[in-house]
Design a protein around this ligand. Structure first.
Ligand SMILES: Cc1cc2nc3c(=O)[nH]c(=O)nc-3n(C[C@H](O)[C@H](O)[C@H](O)COP(=O)(O)OP(=O)(O)OC[C@H]3O[C@@H](n4cnc5c(N)ncnc54)[C@H](O)[C@@H]3O)c2cc1C
Length: 414
């Protein structure tokens, strides 16, 4: 259920092995979706799907790293993926999701997936062995699908979690909202670095700046809203741009390409359960993390790979997942998420973030942080202890300043 990166990846991987797969997607593709900056750690899965040459041919911009700065532009930290501790892929892509998701969906189809486009899942029912799914087409006609395995890749709609009343684990991050648009007229650094994502930390949140193609740049604001005092929309976006000297200068000649700014809630959660005897939840349908480190599409594809590995293993022959196999799947997803959660908490804590913004060559600590930002899991010992040391330095810095505190752009006087 769902033809975003999680659903298409799972469908393609299963169909590649000759399984009979049906994928139901409600939207008319190509459709807009936010989540445009990919991570190098996801390249391996894209290559397994056989879609890498298509991405190269399509001409998406190559993302060589990321840059972090403050609202006043006072300090900048650059991450070049090729300098990471894990000698991984040197680049990822910045993608317009409408095209990227369509390419993935077509890849799933070319591997043999039966696509039910523009059809909406309206009901699911668990049977003794497998599931029955009711879908509704644009003409209002309903039909039934029967399946041994049901994979929920419906994104934040969380069809299965809602049906099974699976609660969300609270992630200790405040509720934020994102306001964004594509713009022309935003200057870039010359050379390959001009393609990198820029993250601008402001007082109550951050901006992303993601080059989409030669002309268009995606710019979004993520922040906590003061209830009753402001509402999420263009005015809030422009007022935060105005407060930031760095953004005011960068966006002086920017023109939005869409008349209406898009607004999305950005509420982090992790499902308490992600698997059962004959079902698995993938991508955002399993959990969603604050997007500051661009982890979403990678986690979607990673969980799709983990889910298909689970089905294609002994469970495939047996016809169901044992409790142990269900837990093993969930543990893999949680571990990946917790790696990022540590970084996200550092990002939002002003004192912790000042450590991030003071990279040190000592103990190769920052090249370890680089690899975590690129999406590599902190499971190798060489990475794990350095990342743990970095997190420890952040904690110590809260009580015994190791570096100068961050000066975030001040709020205007009330
Ligand atoms: C503000 C913001 C910025 C982000 N930035 C980034 C970023 O830079 N990089 C990054 O990697 N991630 C980013 N993300 C996260 C990223 O968007 C998601 O993690 C990613 O799209 C998850 O993929 P998915 O396949 O799980 O779900 P989705 O991509 O949401 O796909 C779910 C699909 O299911 C379909 N569907 C839903 N309900 C039904 C139904 N009833 N019947 C049939 N189909 C259905 C939907 O139409 C949709 O196509 C960002 C997210 C937000 C909110």
């Amino acid at each position: 259920m769902g033809g975003g990166p999680a659903g298409s990846t799972a469908a393609a991987l299963l169909a590649q092995t000759g399984r009979s797969v049906c994928l139901v997607e409600q939207a008319r593709f190509p459709r807009f979706h936010i989540g445009e900056s990919l991570l190098p750690a996801g390249n391996a899965i894209l290559k397994t799907l056989g879609i890498w040459p298509d991405l190269e041919k399509y001409g998406f911009l190559k993302k060589w790293g990321a840059e972090f700065t403050y609202g006043d532009g006072s300090s900048r930290v650059k991450i070049n993926f090729k300098e990471g501790l894990i000698p991984g892929e040197p680049h990822a892509y910045q993608v317009e999701r409408a095209q990227f998701d369509e390419l993935l969906l077509k890849k799933a189809e070319s591997h043999g997936t039966a696509l039910r486009r523009n059809q909406r899942v309206i009901k699911v029912r668990e049977e003794e062995r497998g599931w029955t799914v009711t879908i509704r087409g644009e003409d209002g006609k309903e039909s039934l699908l029967r399946t041994n395995w049901l994979l929920d890749a419906s994104g934040r709609t969380r069809i299965l979690a809602r049906h099974l009343k699976v609660s969300k684990d609270g992630v200790a991050l405040p509720n934020r909202v994102a306001v964004f648009n594509h713009f022309t007229g935003i200057p870039r650094q010359p050379g390959p670095e001009g393609n990198n994502i820029i993250v601008v930390r402001i007082e109550k949140g951050w901006f992303w700046i993601i080059p989409i193609d030669e002309e268009r740049t995606s710019v979004g604001l993520v922040k906590v809203i003061e209830k009753g005092k402001e509402s999420a929309g263009e005015a809030m976006f422009q007022s935060e741009v105005f407060r930031s000297p760095y953004l005011s200068k960068l966006m002086a000649g920017a023109q939005p390409t869409q008349p209406d700014f898009r607004v999305e809630g950005d509420y982090s959660y992790i499902n308490q359960r992600m698997a059962g005897r004959n079902h698995l939840m993938l991508g955002d349908a399993a959990g969603f993390l604050d997007p500051v480190f661009s982890s979403g599409v990678y986690l979607a594809m990673f969980s799709a790979k983990a889910a298909t590995d689970a089905i294609l293993g002994q469970a495939g022959a047996r016809g169901y997942l044992t409790g142990r196999e269900q837990r093993a799947y969930e543990t893999q997803i949680r571990k990946r998420m917790s790696s990022w959660l540590g970084m996200i908490q550092v990002f939002y804590h002003e004192r912790d973030f000042s450590i991030f913004m003071s990279p040190t060559k000592r103990f190769d600590m920052f090249s370890a942080v680089n690899s975590v930002v690129a999406g590599y899991p902190a499971k190798r010992f060489s990475l794990r202890w350095r990342y743990a040391l970095f997190l420890l330095a952040c904690r110590v810095n809260r009580f015994f300043p190791l570096v100068a505190p961050v000066e975030l752009t001040p709020s205007p006087k009330q």
